[in-house]
Design a protein around this ligand. Structure first.
Ligand code: ZN
Length: 419
């Protein structure tokens, strides 16, 4: 409705202007040299308007011709940008899906369309890495490292490659360069920690670890690397304070105290950890000073008034009693250990030892068969990769995760014997 109203008003204005022009009196004369052009005033006004309109269009056409190269370039740049943006998205999707071929194809397309920007160089490098072309990825990461804005990304990529090649010295140099570019990156702390672990620089690794099991495990390693003395003692103490239920931490601190003659303090440490997690290695520490089997049994009997009914306490008493020749006590404590939940092959083996000591060969054979069919004795297992380890390590030898080994039950025997 409003549009119709405006059209009516415009039509009325044009009609009024035409009527006004048509009514103008007189003539207009234009004299050029000896030529004179004269026309009625309405005709002269109309001719002037048409001439101005023609001039306007002429200048517009001329402008378009002059600016054609720039316009063409802008159009091409826009088309390349749209093509490049699509290729970037497709390359990201292919990388996330693990499709190396598609990722490489789209990343190269993005590189051609958008040029060597930090984004396209990084995508192309990651696509090459996904496809296993480490040399091509290195070249792209180096190009990225020379880029003013993308230098950190390039150095980070080269660092990861150096770590994968176990080129620790090169990795350390790249890490320092990356730190120079972006000092506040949280990633740098994790990278420094990973590098320190691989280089077995335990003191630095322990300082970089935040808290929890990894901190405790790496501090134990730092204490062992310190090689004794007050520094080793303080590190072992830190490890134990970080995780008192971690048996290697308790043992490291207790051994350090024993090494400086503080036997009572060492036993206090072991006792506190025993309260939290009874463990055969703590038993071994407690009875270590014993000269003979009777002295060892006496040492542990004095120690074990805390959690005495625990299966590990009863089993330790059974073994120490057997070694001291107290077969009846050994059998009594072994029954108590099994009643307390000890179900692995240690029980069968000790019962076989008891039967042998009593000269009962048939019972010995039967108990040995029971032991062979019983679950394996508890051991160290990595909570990260599930690998079993014969001994505790600060870092899992299989997956290199720090503080991931935990003591616990193990599975059934690989091959069960027929009864
Ligand atoms: Zn592991």
């Amino acid at each position: 409705m409003r549009r119709v109203l405006w059209m009516v008003l415009a039509g009325a204005a044009v009609t009024a202007a035409a009527w006004f022009l048509a009514g103008l009196p007189g003539t207009v004369a234009l004299r050029i040299a000896s030529y004179t052009i004269s026309a009625a005033t309405p005709v002269a006004v109309l001719a002037t308007a048409i001439t101005l309109l023609l001039l306007y269009w002429l200048f517009r056409v001329l402008g378009a011709v002059v600016s054609f190269p720039a316009t063409w370039q802008n159009w091409r740049a826009g088309r390349n940008r749209r093509t490049g943006d699509k290729a970037v998205t497709r390359a990201l999707v292919a990388l996330a899906a693990g499709q190396a071929g598609a990722a490489r194809h789209e990343a190269q397309r993005a590189l051609r369309a958008l040029g060597p920007t930090p984004q396209t160089l990084l995508l192309a490098a990651e696509a090459e890495r996904l496809g296993g072309n480490e040399d091509a990825a290195s070249a792209l990461f180096r190009q990225l490292a020379d880029h003013q804005e993308g230098a950190f990304l390039g150095l980070r990529g080269l660092f990861r490659q150096a770590m994968a090649r176990q080129a620790w010295h090169e990795a350390a140099i790249l890490l320092a360069q990356a730190e120079g570019k972006q000092p506040s990156q949280g990633w740098l702390r994790d990278a420094r920690l990973a590098l320190a672990v691989h280089q077995e620089n335990w003191a630095q690794a322990a300082a970089l670890a935040g808290s929890g099991p990894a901190k405790a495990a790496l501090t134990i390693a730092a204490a062992e690397a310190a090689g004794g003395g007050e520094a080793a003692l303080q590190l072992a103490k830190q490890a134990w304070n970080a995780d008192k239920a971690l048996i290697p931490a308790a043992l490291a601190y207790a051994h350090a105290l024993r090494g400086t003659g503080r036997e009572r303090a060492a036993l206090d440490v072991v006792r506190e950890s025993w309260k939290m997690a009874p463990h055969p290695d703590l038993v071994a520490f407690v009875v270590a000073p014993g000269d003979d089997a009777v002295a060892r049994l006496k040492l542990f009997t004095e120690f074990v008034h805390l959690r005495q009914t625990h299966k590990e306490a009863q089993f330790a008493l059974a073994r120490l009693s057997f070694a001291a020749g107290a077969l009846g006590d050994a059998a009594y404590h072994l029954d108590a250990a099994e009643a307390g939940g000890l179900g692995d092959r240690r029980a069968g083996l000790l019962r076989a030892d008891l039967a042998r000591a009593r000269g009962d060969n048939a019972a010995e054979t039967s108990h040995l068969r029971d032991a062979a069919n019983a679950p394996l004795q508890p051991g160290w297992r990595c909570s990260g990769c599930g690998a079993e380890q014969a001994a505790w390590h600060p870092v899992c030898p299989s997956c290199h995760e720090a503080g991931s080994l935990h003591w616990g039950e193990r599975g059934p025997p690989v091959l069960a014997l027929p009864r």
